[in-house]
Design a protein around this ligand. Sequence first.
Ligand SMILES: [Zn+2]
Length: 599
Amino acid sequence: MNSKITSMNRTHFSLFFLSLLILAGCKQSSDNEGEALVALRYEQNETVTYDEAVRFYQLLDNHYSEAKLLTYGKTDVGKPLHLFVMDSDKHFTPESAKQTNKRIVLINNGIHPGEPEGIDASLMFADDILRNKDGMRRLLDNTIICIIPVYNIGGMLNRSAYHRTGQTTPKEAGHRGNAKNLDLNRDFVKMDTKNAKAFAEIFRLWQPDVFLDTHTTNGTDHPQVITLIPFQTDALPEPLATFYHDSLITYLYAQMANAGFDMIPYVDYWNTTPKDGIKLNPQTPRYSTGYTGLFNSMSFMTENQIYANYPDRVHSVYHFKKALVTFTNEHSDRIGKLRKEADKFTSKQKEFVLQWDVDSTRFRMIRYKGYEGETGISPVTGLPRFGFNREKPYDTIIPYYERHIPVKTVKAPEYYILPQAWEEVVERLSINRTDMKRFTKDTSVTVQRYIIKEVKTSPYKYNWHRNHTHVELDIATEKVVVREGDYLIPVNQPANKYIVEMLEPEGQDSFFRWNFFDPILEEREYYSSFGFEENALRYLNEHPDFRKEWEEAIKNDTSLAGNHRAQLGYIYQHTEWADNVTKKYPVLRIEEKIQLPVK
Ligand SMILES: [Zn+2]
């Protein structure tokens, strides 16, 4: 427990300390390797149940003074979200953790409970660290390890052998949807679930330097047991980006190879077969890595190969966790400095990328072992179907496209103004600890406002929403009255990337795209075919230039010719009569620093 104690007085100290521990509720701490407390059955192709997982973490908490099982809010199924924290100096609150110069690693498991390797591996990892297996307690020297045992509790409680059709092991596992049947790995910013709100609270309170979310994939078949999805390097500020890519990611691949796991990047085809190369698709904030990356965490998803045997899958993600924490522990000071610099950069950043694309000109060659894909005859239907032939393995070198170029950028304003009416948005910004001020009185200000020029909406429902897939904007300068209590959001904070991504309508996962502002797309005022005539006629008489424009339009636009309602509509839409709310985006921009009555 303390390497500074000499061997001469260790016995006395230990006796004294042991008696203290007994008084403190039998919590143990020893430099010797202890017995495992967690009994897993992954070797028998079984994964723990939700109750077992919580019971094991509680057991570790009861037994070791370096561990604590906390809860944060409730999940949709009614049970609290757990966070298991390990620290050699017993900093079990984010406030006290911040007083240390330790790095924080957050590991999220069971977001898709049918993909449970990480749930078992984290239990074994925590147990091994606490019992000091092979001296593993040293991983807590410079690191505080936080583990979410199971994120999708509702999904895990819906346990069955039949949820994942191509997955034969473990024998039973949970369901992908949460208690509301939503996919939590699309919910990090729209936050339709209590799970997402509890996660954001944990994430923003603890502010992890390093983040891992564990998954399983059935995308393709290859002999490698584990694949990796990092965050897009190019979206991190330098020099953190180079450190993340050149030092951390390189180390992870090397350590996994040393541990006997030939980890490869997640297999997303560049073309139609992995032989042409694979790519890292940019991750938007609906996903765990995309969300955590907005706050400059060094983030990863592991994807275990569904067709590999379960014990190997568990071992591989266990070793990944060990490698990730080992690196963090060994580079604690450097990571601390780089992250501080990155947050400082982000706080001053004015230009933001809203959309990335894979850079087709930059790639590195990697070794790839695959199985030949071929069209065979299905034994079920007797019809041709594509599959992988395990009798035909190959071993080759392929390009990996892992770098990204900006496709859409935006210059951020000095401040956004968010009217208090949009409380769903206010709530999400607050949970994410956005620094917001409120107007102390009704105030007239000159602002920039987006007009939604064109919007295309998905015809399909997707995780409770119909996303706006295409957004085109105009921008106008307006004098508006901002109401007492409305929010002023300065773009001068470490949460800048989150703020801009979410409030700019063109952000890939913006509040606008996820339907939070949809009422502004509807018309509340309208015109009557006969009731508007008197005003329309007076308008034409008083505005001869507009009358000319209107007459030209009728001549040139066949949809207007001979159509009374359309001609009247042209007047309505192109004059002051038009509804002054419809398509006017309610979040306003102030481009320059000014004094405003806020607090
Ligand atoms: Zn998954």
